[in-house]
Design a protein around this ligand. Structure first.
Ligand code: BDP
Length: 784
């Protein structure tokens, strides 16, 4: 590949994805210490493949000088002592790889510092195996009290104890005139997380002195679900949905054919390790690697061997594997002779439990830290316990009993909408799961789900729409472990064509007040969705949050450069849901596009932070849900009513007629509102108090209803569509204005996407507004 390079005056930005030495071009152009005044080179062919871990040289010369004084030496004592388990003897990187397999977590921390500091400081950093008799000035020491003499000396056990298994401390310390930094965890993984947090400070130009940081995640299990074959918008073919060279577009290769056949696991590709480092950098602890509409192949010995290889490669980064399974796998003839009959499929049948225990054991033999199973049952055609006469509680518990002795968990999804349960799709999940949570048990406790079961529930009661009310199950399932499921892959939020930063949506969800009450009807003190998820609302000891990931084999791994921000933000919010999404955007922009104030302000403020609300406005404003054309879930289809299930059709959700628009779920309608706690029930149930941005989720809104803006509903609706598109036009213009500041390839790729985005947003506006007009019969008064 030939690198096309352009020379600029003033701004430093070199292609430093390669770490130490990558800034050589910048050095060649100017002398060390005088970087700003010199001409520097940027890599205009850079493709985004390093995600937010690119580590380009610090562009501010004063800061660079300070950092070079503050950071001189990396010390990771005993980095090789705690080797992680490796199952696969022939685990190897693909020929020509630039990443390297790690043998321990502390080695991963050390290598990240070497690479990161080398790139950021634009010079090689010294690596010392131990401090010797004196800790050098500028040392960065990483470790645990077990691994590191320095940590033992400077960090007391009771200071470390509160940060738990995954947390860390970062301290600025001194000894005489020598100043140094200690990054300590109770575990090697905690120390690795601290390392990434430290590097982030440099990447975002934050001070490195007087640090006294103590961080611990609020949620214990921070997982990705990866639907390897579905809703994939980051493949390397032109449409982004698939792959080339026999790959299917997924990030991991299990069954690639043709030119890529030699690149299947156990061969490890660079992109797996880039993804692993990126996941670790935001504290992701696990990944379910296959589609929830599961293929039994993942339970066969051939696949298990490949999964073990993947687990080996990810393990140094603290990332564990799980699998999605098909509930009826035991009857699949491909497992013969180890198959069950239909009669043995009762979840309490010892044969059923023994079968799953055997499968789990096979997995554990190859992957000792295997997490467990994610299960989509009796949903969208997937088999489940109801096919055999049992309910979700029986099914989940049958599997949970089978895997509990192995220390594994069952993530049982609640995305079910059996039409026999209720005519309103949004009510169905709670009606199926709520009674099981309430059920009195023989031992006097309540709730039938076992302790190693998580119910995994989407944020809203429908299906990852751009704005939904919270799922009524949050707070209602007091006696059951609940995992929140968010969708990072942009199925309904623009796929790989639209720029939509999702952190503000997740922040809105996590900070929504459930108004949950206790058994006596008293409001809980802590009752935001985030408190339910992190266990503080109702004293749950085990907690989980799951993001349906957006990784693929595209060069930039996520299809749209800005989709990288959603993966990044998910991890940060999973770690700490109280964070401000604008701060997360600010960090990501600095790490991804540079620290230039103009770029940061323009991208964060004029592009990212309003992009989600804009998308809501031009697609589904004021609470109108699911107006997508069939299956693809991208373009508008408000008039569509041909799908075989009523509740898959846009017309079911919009209920458009001459009176107005929206689905009445108030007490005069389906009464979904009764599933919420009393305060929300009253607020959502009354059209005068429901928030306008959720109005049509709960009410059939008359066209002439006065809105808070002073406009009538029809005019407000039309205005939202138009303002949404205007914002997209604004994003396109803002981006155009940054041409001189952004490397060429990424600039033009984003520019091309924004042009598509603008056209598609206008299509949404025009299709929807003109269709609604057929019912309202009113004039379109809006600024173009
Ligand atoms: C829907 C997707 C479908 C998934 C389903 C699920 O369209 O591909 O299988 O969710 O979450 O949004 O199970």
């Amino acid at each position: 590949m030939t690198l096309s390079r352009r020379v600029f005056m003033g701004a430093v930005a070199a292609g430093a994805a390669l770490g130490p030495g990558a800034g050589a071009s910048a050095r060649a152009a100017g002398r060390e210490g005088t970087v700003a005044a010199s001409a520097v080179v940027r890599d205009d062919s850079y493709d985004g493949s390093a995600l937010w871990l690119r580590y380009v040289p610090i562009s501010d010369p004063r800061l660079l000088r300070q950092y070079r004084d503050q950071v001189t030496t990396v010390i990771v004592e005993n980095a090789d002592r705690n080797k992680v388990y490796r199952h696969t003897p022939n685990l190897s990187m693909a020929p020509g790889s630039t990443e390297r397999l790690m043998e321990s977590t502390l080695e991963a921390a050390r290598e990240e510092l070497v690479r990161g500091l080398g790139g950021l400081l634009d010079r090689e950093v010294r690596v010392s195996p131990g401090p010797g008799s004196r800790i050098p000035h500028g040392a960065v020491v990483v470790g645990t009290r077990e691994s590191s003499r320095v940590v033992r000396r400077y960090v007391a056990p009771d200071e470390l104890e509160p940060v738990g298994d995954d947390g860390y401390l970062i301290r600025s310390l001194s000894n005489g005139t020598r100043r140094f930094t200690v990054i300590a965890g109770n575990t090697d993984v905690g120390a690795l997380y601290g390392t990434f947090a430290f590097l982030r400070r440099l990447q975002t130009h934050k001070p490195l002195t007087e640090l006294d940081i103590s961080e611990a995640p609020r949620v214990a299990n921070r997982h990705l679900n990866y639907w390897d074959t579905e809703r994939l918008y980051a493949g390397n073919n032109e449409s982004g949905t698939g792959g080339l060279n026999g790959e299917n577009g997924a990030i991991f290769n299990f069954a690639a054919t043709g030119a890529s056949a030699a690149l299947n696991l156990p061969v490890v590709l660079d992109r797996y390790l880039v993804a692993a480092r990126a996941m670790a950098s935001v504290g992701i602890t696990g990944i379910t690697i296959n589609n929830v509409n599961a293929n039994n192949a993942y339970l066969t010995p051939e696949y298990i061997a490949q999964e073990a290889a993947l687990a080996d490669a990810l393990r140094p980064y603290g990332i564990k594997l799980a699998l999605s399974i098909r509930y009826a796998a035991p009857v699949d003839p491909r497992f013969a002779p180890d198959t069950l009959t239909e009669e043995q499929m009762a979840p309490n049948d010892p044969a059923f439990q023994a079968w799953w225990n055997r499968k789990a054991r096979q997995l554990q033999e190859a992957i000792p830290d295997f997490i467990g199973f994610t299960v989509k049952a009796n949903s969208e055609g997937q088999p489940g316990p109801q096919d055999f006469g049992y309910d979700h509680g029986d099914g989940a518990n049958g599997m949970a009993v089978a895997v509990a002795p192995l220390g594994m968990k069952i993530y049982w999804r609640t995305f079910v909408y059996n039409p026999d349960v209720d005519s309103d799709r949004l009510k169905r999940a709670y009606l199926e799961f709520g009674p099981i949570d309430d059920e009195a048990q023989p031992d006097g406790t309540k709730g039938r789900f076992l302790d190693n079961v998580f119910l995994q529930t989407k944020n809203g009661p429908l299906d990852f729409q751009a704005r939904e009310p919270i799922h009524p199950m949050f707070g209602r399932m007091e006696n059951t472990n609940q995992a929140l499921e968010l969708q990072i892959t942009q199925e309904y939020t623009g796929q790989n064509r639209m720029l939509c930063f999702l952190a503000p949506m997740w922040e809105e969800i996590l900070k929504t007040d459930t108004y949950a009450t206790d058994a006596r009807g008293q409001l809980l003190d802590k009752r935001l969705v985030g408190n339910v998820v992190d266990g503080t609302a109702q004293n749950h000891s085990d907690t989980a949050i799951v993001g349906v990931a957006n990784l693929g084999n595209a060069d930039n791994l996520t299809g749209h450069h800005f989709s990288q921000a959603n993966l990044y933000a998910f991890g940060r919010q999973a770690w700490d849901w109280t964070l401000d999404s604008a701060d997360i955007a600010d960090d990501w922009v600095r790490m991804t596009w540079g620290n230039d104030r103009n770029v940061v302000d323009a991208v964060v403020v004029a592009m990212m932070m309003g992009s989600w609300e804009a998308l809501v406005s031009y697609q589904t404003p004021l609470g109108i849900g699911h107006q997508f054309t069939a299956d693809v879930h991208y373009g508008p289809g408000p008039s569509e009513s041909h799908l075989p299930r009523e509740d898959w059709n846009p017309t079911y959700y919009n209920q458009a007629d001459s009176v107005g628009l929206g689905y009445d779920r108030s007490p005069t309608g389906s009464n979904l509102t009764a599933q919420y706690f009393p305060t929300l029930e009253a607020r959502y149930g009354d059209i005068d108090t429901v928030p306008e941005n959720l109005m049509m989720w709960f009410h059939h809104v008359p066209w002439d209803r006065p809105m808070s803006s002073g406009r009538i509903f029809w005019d407000e609706l039309v205005d939202r569509y138009y303002s949404g598109v205007r914002y997209v036009t604004g994003m396109r213009r803002t981006w155009d204005s940054l041409e001189a500041d952004i490397d060429a390839r990424r600039f033009s790729e984003v520019r091309a996407k924004l042009a598509l985005h603008e056209a598609d947003a206008a299509d949404w506006r025009d299709t929807c507004v003109s269709y609604w007009q057929e019912f309202s019969g009113r004039e379109i008064r809006a600024e173009g």
